[in-house]
Design a protein around this ligand. Sequence first.
Ligand SMILES: [Zn+2]
Length: 95
Amino acid sequence: MPTYVYRCGDGCSDFTERHPMAAIPDSANCPGCGTGARRVIGTPALGASDPAAMRLHDATRATAETPAVVSNVPGRRRRATPVSSNPLHRKLPRP
Ligand SMILES: [Zn+2]
């Protein structure tokens, strides 16, 4: 059964009640003062899950929106020695 939030018109704090979806009352008696309280449309509890799973979800979303910028292909190093030993090749224009 889902949980519904009710708000009292006399300034009492909000309270929750559980009702079947087929019979949702629009008002309920306030536990503080006994008067009728109207049902409030609230947000579903989507964040109420495993905290580690939520951190992983947030970290994955953050890297998808702002990927790390790299200057070269990871795992490959530039060659320290020249490709050719011919001294004329050094005079060729560089890209
Ligand atoms: Zn009340």
